[in-house]
Ligand binder design. Structure first.
Ligand code: 5GP
Length: 191
């Protein structure tokens, strides 16, 4: 998505350790009009896949996932990273190594929110090593539902997670694929 590449170049910030900060328009402070354009673009890529539900992970995936869910006309469930007292103990769960936080956390979804008949589109703001998507795929698999694919706003191609998941047969669509951020200069993969 050309407009997203331009927004990343104008408003994104390359941080040490291969982290791209896009909090000013995507996952902290949100440009809703632009977010909705991204959601529509992404929904178009999966409109033939009979998606019944979006699954994402809190917190930074939720905003983009809402935009995609809106255009696909389906409900959305998000996995929680922290156990809270009001979450049912009857949950599907997975361990996820966090690239940005350098720790492993447990993600959980109450069993009542995913059924065997669901055709699930996994959505996240970033795809780096692929751990978040793998964890969400495990939850869908434990629920005996179907993963139709993964939808990412920004993929960091140089971290390899997207290509590994594609090679394993998962349909992945990313609106922008950052190929390199060496010396703070962002370049994109050409389709
Ligand atoms: P993965 O599990 O694919 O290694 O990383 C994806 C998750 O880590 C996403 O849920 C995202 O929130 C976070 N993440 C990974 N790389 C970045 C980055 O460069 N910037 C931001 N803001 N989040 C990232």
């Amino acid at each position: 998505m050309k407009a997203l590449e331009e927004k990343i170049l104008s408003d994104g910030e390359v941080l040490p350790g291969g982290v791209l900060k896009v909090g000013s328009f995507l996952n902290h402070h949100m440009d809703i009009k632009f977010l909705m354009e991204m959601g529509k673009d992404m929904a178009d890529a999966f409109k033939g896949d009979s998606v019944t539900k979006i699954l994402t992970v809190e917190a930074s995936g939720i905003a983009f996932a809402v935009a995609v869910a809106n255009y696909l006309g389906v409900p959305l469930t998000f996995a929680k990273k922290n156990k809270t007292s009001n979450v049912s103990s009857d949950t599907f769960s997975a361990s996820v190594d966090s690239f940005t936080h350098g720790r492993t956390y447990e993600i959980t979804v109450p069993k009542e929110y995913i059924s065997e008949n669901d055709r699930i589109l996994i959505v996240d703001d970033f795809l780096a090593c692929g751990n978040a998507i793998k964890g969400l795929c495990k939850i869908v698999s434990d629920a005996k539902a179907t993963v139709v694919g993964a939808a990412c706003a920004i993929e960091k191609g140089f971290q390899g997670g997207g290509d590994e998941l594609r090679a394993a047969g998962l349909k992945i669509h990313s609106l922008a694929i950052v190929e390199s951020m060496d010396n703070g200069k962002i370049t994109f993969r050409q389709n």
